[in-house]
Design a protein around this ligand. Structure first.
Ligand code: NDP
Ligand code: 2IT
Length: 449
């Protein structure tokens, strides 16, 4: 990783010391502090009143036991987390992740990223994140429901439409949000629709929220390509992951005339030179909840399943990592560059390692960081909160148009901020600085908080 401004190095040292062993959190803080060097050089007052130190310290961290009973009658114990990172701009807002890898450091990295992402949307939402080391893979619907109920039995006392508003993330989609909302409602005896987002359309969800992260990512990439006089039309695209973000990124790429040749899960990737069959992918992942390898079992011609190796070995014009953190390494970046990649857009949170990002930026590859490019999901969550607050529901077209406008604004704000700080085309710098400045201004106005 590259050097930090000398004013900010002590801030980073202190974060490393106080949060020992939390590698992903260190990585996320490091990247933001690296960008802020230019801000404190230009506006030294941002380095006063321990403002940056305060932003690096969560307002509240909740860790709790989640006991539940599996289908065989065995008692299971998981650990639940909610990190309420920053509420200067609005109630804490951010997803909940169910994955065996979840620990405090991962939730803190996600919560930290969420502060700046949410600021970039321009909406009134603070930053937070939660999750559990629960592994949903292979669990029955009844087990998922009992786990969600047990998780919410503790979490509910920390939430509220003006306090903290979770949504989905890895392993948490519409089904899980429904079970959690049901339990929240039961415990509070309040139909508080705005306490969770990503709800089903039957009970207060927003149209286009399911699609929003993937669609928003592709809107952002289309804007970025536009600055170089090109577009997605006719481009070969590779998308990692095959979950919520990946599926709707694939759908929007197709609408913009691109061809998605490959997508993946944690076991392997599929390659379909004719373009991924989206209806089949949705059927396998959203309806049957099966592994991606089923795709080639059903679609016998033209498609291949590759169990070993990296999806980033597939030559493409545009790469969209939409699975998880640090899934795209320096080696993968070097392969993509060798194969002529022109743009990378992060649908996942922090999917590229710092070394990979540096390779892209130094290699002239347009690079859209997750906290800007995947902000369409949380932005549409904020639109869901608006609809809930006004007891209204908007059409798909109206909601998608709002999403598209928000993504254009985020793109232009990041690009303009990068220019202002003498780094044209550096969306990492633009996103970190523009997000930081909005949060910092609000924090200063609120006194020492
Ligand atoms: P899903 O659970 O719907 O899908 C996750 C996908 O990523 C699956 O294909 C999964 O494969 C794969 N994956 C997960 N963990 C790993 C891992 N450790 N190694 C390899 N592959 C993995 O999640 P989402 O699509 O919602 O989230 C994907 C990414 O997008 C995450 O980084 C999330 O934080 C980010 N994001 C999500 C938003 C949303 O609105 N949902 C908004 C903004 C960002 P497998 O089934 O094998 O585990
Ligand atoms: O990482 C993210 O932005 C999300 N998982 C979505 C958060 C939200 O509150 O919609």
């Amino acid at each position: 990783m590259s050097k930090i401004d000398e004013k900010l190095q002590p801030v980073l040292d202190e974060v490393l010391r106080r949060n020992a062993g939390e590698a992903e959190f260190h990585q996320a803080v490091h990247e933001v502090l690296e960008s802020l060097g230019r801000v404190v050089a230009k506006h030294p007052d941002y380095a006063s009143d321990a403002l940056i130190e305060r932003i690096c310290e969560p307002e509240r961290q909740i860790i709790f036991r989640v006991p539940w009973v599996d289908d065989t009658g065995q008692v299971q114990i998981n650990r639940g987390f909610r990190v309420q990172f920053n509420s200067a701009l609005g109630p804490y807002k951010g997803g909940i992740r169910f994955h065996p890898s979840v620990n405090l450091g991962i939730v803190k990295f996600l919560g930290f990223e969420q502060i700046f992402k949410n600021a970039l949307t321009g909406m009134p939402i603070g930053g937070g994140k939660g999750g559990s080391d629960f592994n949903p893979r292979g669990r029955s619907d009844g087990e998922i429901m009992r786990f969600c109920q047990a998780f919410m039995t503790e979490l509910h006392r920390h939430l509220g439409e003006y306090t903290d508003v979770p949504a989905g993330d890895i392993g948490v989609g519409g089904r899980e949000i429904g079970y959690m909302f049901g339990q929240y409602k039961r415990l509070n005896n309040r139909y508080e629709a705005g306490v969770l987002t990503g709800k089903g359309l039957a009970y207060g969800g927003s149209r286009a929220r399911t699609e929003a992260t993937g669609f928003g990512l592709v809107y952002f990439v289309q804007q970025m390509l536009g600055t170089k006089g090109t577009s997605l039309d006719g481009k070969r695209v590779v998308v990692s992951g095959s979950g919520n973000v990946a599926i709707y990124a694939i759908e929007k790429v197709r609408q913009f005339g691109g061809v998605v040749m490959a997508c993946s899960d944690s076991n392997g990737y599929i390659l379909d030179e004719n373009g991924i069959d989206l209806d089949l992918l949705k059927e396998i992942k959203e309806v049957r909840r099966e592994r991606l390898s089923e795709y080639v079992r059903i679609k016998k011609s033209g498609a291949h399943y590759i169990e070993d190796g990296s999806i980033w070995d597939v030559p493409c014009d545009i790469a969209l990592p939409c699975a998880t953190q640090n899934e795209l390494t320096a080696k993968d970046a070097a392969t993509l560059i060798k194969n002529g990649v022109m743009a990378v857009g992060e649908g996942a949170n922090m999917p590229s390692t710092p070394e990979a990002v540096a390779l892209f930026q130094n290699g002239g590859v347009m690079f859209a960081p997750g906290k800007a490019a995947n902000a369409g999901g949380v932005a549409t969550s904020a639109l869901e909160m608006q609809q809930n607050a006004s007891r209204d529901s908007w059409s798909f077209e109206q909601t998608e148009e709002r999403l598209a406008q928000i993504m254009r604004n985020i793109h232009d704000n990041c690009a303009a901020t990068a220019e202002e700080y003498s780094a044209p085309g550096n969306y990492v710098l633009g996103a970190n600085i523009a997000g930081f400045v909005r949060v910092a201004e609000a924090m200063r106005a609120l006194g020492v908080i």
